[in-house]
Design a protein around this ligand. Structure first.
Ligand code: SER
Length: 316
């Protein structure tokens, strides 16, 4: 059977780049993008407007295009979720249940659902956080990701649903903008560095968090989905590591390209969320099970970001 993919939440930070990556690999017409809002960039290929909580609407798209794989990316992220915990829980859980149920009913062969380092909490070991460890999240986003992971594992074990997941660290890319996350500063900082030469970070000096460059995250996602089922041993979410840094570390790297760049600090409510998360991640399970290796370090990521944003935004 030909692969036909539906990406729900295709207009967001990950969706924008994942659709492009999937289309490059499997062909434009075999990847249907869908969201409740228009795409961030012009896209070649089918697009459908659908709410991730509209089961009938999703089923109609599955039938119309003969979809057999779904990547469900729609969610409220960590900072936004704290503003409306009840809605965040509803959106993040209901949308997952819809696709898990569709897979259980045999209407989908494979499901991808993103998890996050937010499944961890203040009692988790902060350095080299293991795949299996204490996970007592203190944000509604983290609670929804942790519960979702357990539902994925349950549907796999109980019903044989082939669902796969990655615990993304903060993701940094130039093709799309993030919305509502605690790690978003690491994208905003580039835009402001090029535009005004200054940036005020909403996370304080010394706030080290695990991060990853988007090309690595997209490659990991597709590689995990393409791995033979028996290699996917973790059916909650895989730890994945790129590199870790604090705001002043990324600023120092940016200064290699923009020497006059100035960083200041004005921590807000997102500081408490960042403080509850790990500082670095042990991803040996992903490496051993399906061959994950990151390609970018902090230096390589910053170089590529500055190069591409200079070209596309035409500043600096
Ligand atoms: N980067 C996300 C956020 O900050 C975590 O998954 O919300």
């Amino acid at each position: 059977m030909a692969k036909k993919i539906l990406v729900i939440g295709s207009s967001g930070q990950i969706g924008t780049e994942l659709v492009e990556g999937l289309r490059a690999r499997f062909g434009n017409d075999n990847v249907v993008a869908s969201d409740i809002k228009e795409p961030q960039v012009k896209m070649d290929g089918p697009f459908a407007m659908v709410d991730a909580m509209d089961r009938r609407g999703i089923e109609r798209i599955i039938e119309k295009y003969g979809i057999n794989e779904v990547y469900l990316l729609a969610a409220l992220l960590s900072a936004t979720a704290e503003k409306d915990p009840a809605f965040a829980w509803k959106l993040n859980m209901e949308s997952l249940f819809i696709v898990l149920e569709l897979a259980r009913e045999g209407k989908l062969k494979k499901v991808y659902w993103p998890s996050s380092i937010a499944v961890f909490g203040p009692t988790t070991p902060k350095q080299g956080t293991p795949q299996h460890t204490i996970a007592e999240p203190s944000t509604v986003y983290g609670i929804s990701k942790q519960a979702g992971e357990q539902w994925c594992a349950y549907y796999h074990k109980r019903y044989g649903v082939d669902v796969r997941s990655i615990r993304y660290p903060g993701l940094i890319g130039w093709k799309s903008t993030p919305g509502g996350g605690t790690t978003d500063y690491a994208v905003h900082i580039f835009h402001e560095a090029l535009k005004s030469g200054t940036y005020t970070s909403f996370l304080d000096r010394g706030t080290q968090l695990p991060m990853m460059y988007m090309p690595d995250a997209i490659r990991a996602t597709i590689d995990l989905m393409e791995a033979p089922a028996e290699k996917v041993k973790e059916r909650t979410g895989y730890n994945l590591a790129g590199f870790s840094f604090a705001p002043e570390d990324i600023a120092a790297e940016i200064r290699r390209h923009l020497p006059a760049f100035k960083l200041s600090f004005a921590p807000d409510h997102r500081q408490a969320i960042a403080n509850s998360w790990p500082q670095s991640i042990d991803d040996s399970a992903a490496r051993a099970d399906w061959g994950w290796r990151p390609q970018y370090d902090l230096k390589g990521m910053v170089e590529d970001m500055v190069l591409n944003l200079r070209r596309t935004v035409g500043q600096g």
